[in-house]
Design a protein around this ligand. Structure first.
Ligand code: DGJ
Length: 739
């Protein structure tokens, strides 16, 4: 008996150890590569033709398991050669390839046939570099693979090199292609529009191709560069899920393709639409990184892996948190945009700051309207000097006031844009993206500056650096309120102009990186009229995002639900705004609005000058309660217990701290129907043997609910809500603390 226990313990320990470790292996006899990390194995090999062929991606294999050498698919018919049906890791367009190519080029002599075969490889600590080369021409592609030892999330990208003497035009370049074997699958992706982002869309994968993309020059509200594919019966809590996210904030594309032999291929990278990247002799092009992972625990397991990976490996650190394993939870902010719009001035902002401080707010953010001749959205963008009518002595008096109230200060900027009615545009009309002699489409009365130009890049870095040097600013809300149109760049040769799609985004990243380097305590929010620029590329340089301009607390529940499939609640800013809401004209209680926003990183965006003492007291109490449990909510394990999608009568989420010492539960009623009571909630992720006390953050549990019970009780029996918890737009929240 004792022996059996010892053995079990040893096995459990070794499994745990293997789940946290990475291993990289190459078998020279079979030419098979294997990468292990977390609970994942990824295997590919060089087949007899020299192609790099995917062999396995899924749950971690035994340490001594090996897979046979790669064998190309047999030719199905003269219409589908083996090249096109063999699942390749990175296929060039050539040799009769009919599926989505990873790389498509035109050589200077008109030849467009590209056939990439294995050349060499280097084993790295947690990854592999594999070099492919065209069978005849000096085009080399280095495929980078690395795995996160904890989550098993792979990072893949490609470096395309022209080692010839003539330029090569790159027309399509993916970061990676991922393959799944024939089976029944469901695809999940996120779609939306302005004020309506983060809709989870689910559909069966059928033969043919589903294209997720942005052709807009930036990430876009309409689709987000994330996917999750569920196998067979997989659900929120159970079953296999493969997921991925592309780290690119420019035009992007992910295709999900079921080929004629029913294999599923996911290919993603730069959007080939209108792309033409002229690669001169000796030049190279690095693609974005395409991250992807696997979970055997449903969509919930997949998003928890992704959340932890983002917190640990993607999000930046400030100087203060440089050595911390996780970035710090976001300060609770106040922002007056919805209350005052462009009508900001010293007295008004100071008055709001006093009110905000009394509520327990950590950071006061001044939004649009403080600069240039900015009275509305017709003028001023580009003129980044303080408007003297609104702030006669500059920003210092306001910033000093905010500091004296115990808050730090943040400022809104929209650096990449210009209003034609601005000094900047009058001086540099050629700085805007445009095709000379053609009309320039304006949206929100503004044009996009061509950040691919070195002078524009220098201007942006210069004025932002100066604002941060001249003022004690801790935070920039970096906005971006339109997409590209007429993306001409006539200062370079015609065949170089389409490089704008790559250079613009790279320069954006370079500016963000340099600003963070020069001002290591400044934090940045990525905002694009709400959630138009949220992706793992921009998140390497920004601490949080503005998910949507839609702050209706009920709409936000579905938006927040969708958002969390791909992104951690840590970055999900959520403001409490006024009721009735400007968008839906819906009236909701302050408690409901507060609890909806407390699911993410809380902010207040209401006109607090008009709040009654009772409203202020409630907000103050809930902000204090939020501060106590915030790390659990934004950095813990998130369980989406009842989805708010499809007009669901009820919804609920639960977050559990990594050490299982605390859990927070939110429950919402849309509109009670036919007297339904809120269903008993079986909690998840607790320590079954530990005792947890239940306390209300807002609202009541059913009479007779134990004040303390085991994790097993809360997970098996569940939590009952008060019978009176009914009505329209109702919310309650509880915390459970381990004794
Ligand atoms: C769009 C943002 O999403 C809003 O929060 C606000 O900052 C406005 N822009 C300001 O113009």
């Amino acid at each position: 008996m004792l022996k059996a226990f010892t053995l079990t313990l040893a096995l459990a320990t070794s499994l745990l150890a293997s789940a946290q470790s990475a291993a990289v292996h190459y078998d020279s006899a079979t030419k098979v590569f294997r990468i292990d990390g977390g609970n994942v194995s990824y295997v590919f090999g060089v087949n007899p033709r020299g192609e790099l062929q995917q062999l396995y991606w899924g749950g971690r294999l035994g340490a001594s398991d090996s897979l046979p050498a790669a064998k190309p698919m047999p030719e199905w018919a003269s219409f589908d050669s083996s090249n096109t049906t063999t699942p390749q890791e990175y296929q060039g367009w050539g040799a009769g390839l009919f599926v989505e190519p990873a790389l498509k080029v035109s050589f200077s002599d008109g030849n467009r046939d590209l056939v990439l075969h294995y050349e060499s490889h280097t084993l790295l600590e947690n990854g592999i570099d594999v070099v492919l080369k065209d069978i005849g021409r000096p085009i080399f592609v280095t495929l980078h693979y690395s795995i996160d030892p904890a989550s098993g999330i792979l990072a893949r990208s490609a470096k395309i090199e022209n080692r010839g003497t003539l330029p090569v035009m790159i027309e399509q370049a993916a970061a990676a292609a991922w393959t799944l074997p024939p089976a029944a699958y469901t695809l999940n992706y996120l779609t939306g529009r302005w004020a309506g982002e983060w809709n989870l869309t689910q559909e069966a994968i059928h033969p043919g191709e589903r294209v997720l993309e942005s052709r807009r020059g930036s990430t876009g509200h309409q689709a987000n560069p994330w996917f999750a594919i569920q196998a067979g019966e997989s659900s929120e809590d159970h079953g296999e899920v493969w997921f991925g996210a592309l780290a690119w904030s420019g035009s992007w594309r992910i295709t999900i393709e079921q080929d004629q032999l029913e294999e599923v291929r996911v290919t993603g990278g730069f959007n080939p639409f209108d792309l033409g990247y002229l690669l001169h002799a000796a030049e190279s092009l690095e693609t974005p990184i395409f991250y992807a992972g696997y979970s055997a625990h449903g969509l919930g397991g997949a998003s928890r892996l992704l959340h932890h990976f983002e917190l640990e490996h993607i999000l930046p650190r400030t100087a203060a948190t440089a050595k911390q394993p996780l970035p710090k939870p976001r300060p609770v902010i106040y922002n007056s945009w919805e209350a005052t719009e462009f009508h900001v001035d010293e007295a008004g902002q100071m008055a709001l700051a006093e009110k905000a401080a009394a509520l327990g707010i950590d950071r006061f953010v001044m939004d649009d309207g403080w600069f240039g001749q900015r009275k509305d959205d017709h003028a001023g963008l580009g003129d980044w000097y303080v408007n003297k009518e609104k702030f006669p002595s500059g920003l210092k008096p306001l910033i000093d006031k905010v500091h004296s109230l115990g808050m730090d200060f943040g400022l809104w900027v929209e650096p990449e844009m210009v209003n034609p009615d601005s000094d900047l545009y009058r001086k540099h009309p050629d700085w805007a993206l445009n095709f000379p002699g053609r009309p320039r489409s304006e949206q929100r009365n503004q044009l996009v500056l061509n950040l691919a130009r070195p002078d524009v890049r220098a201007y942006l870095l210069g004025f932002l650096d100066k604002i941060l040097k001249d003022n004690e600013i801790n935070f920039l809300k970096w906005d971006y309120n339109r997409n590209w149109s007429e993306p001409g760049w006539d200062q370079v040769l015609p065949n170089e102009q389409k490089r704008v799609y790559v250079e613009y985004t790279r320069n954006l990243y370079a500016i963000l990186a340099e600003l963070r380097h020069r001002h290591p305590n400044v934090e940045i929010e990525s905002c694009s009229g709400g959630g138009g620029r949220v992706d793992l590329g921009i998140l390497r340089y920004t601490d949080e995002v503005w998910p949507s301009d839609n702050t209706d607390p009920f709409d936000r529940l579905t938006q927040q639900d969708g958002f969390t499939y791909a992104y951690t609640p840590q970055i999900m800013m959520a403001w409490v705004t006024d009721s009735p809401h400007w968008l839906n004209r819906r009236t909701t209680s302050l408690a409901y609005r507060m609890l909806s926003s407390m699911q993410g990183s809380l902010g207040i965006g209401a006109n607090i000058a008009k709040w009654t003492p009772e409203e202020s007291d409630l907000a103050k109490r809930l902000i204090a309660a939020y501060h106590q449990v915030q790390p659990t909510i934004v950095q813990g394990d998130l369980y989406r217990l009842i989805s708010p999608r499809d007009g669901s009568e009820f919804s609920a989420t639960q977050s559990v701290r990594a050490d299982k010492s605390q859990s927070v539960v939110f429950a919402f009623i849309h509109s009670t129907q036919k007297g339904h009571i809120f269903p008993r909630l079986k909690l998840q992720g607790l320590d079954p043997a530990a005792e947890y006390s239940l306390a209300s953050i807002e609202g009541k549990a059913r009479e007779g609910t134990p004040e303390t019970a085991s994790g097993a009780f809360w997970m098996n029996h569940g939590l009952d809500f008060a019978d009176g918890f009914r009505g329209d737009f109702q919310a309650v929240a509880f915390r459970l603390d381990k004794k």
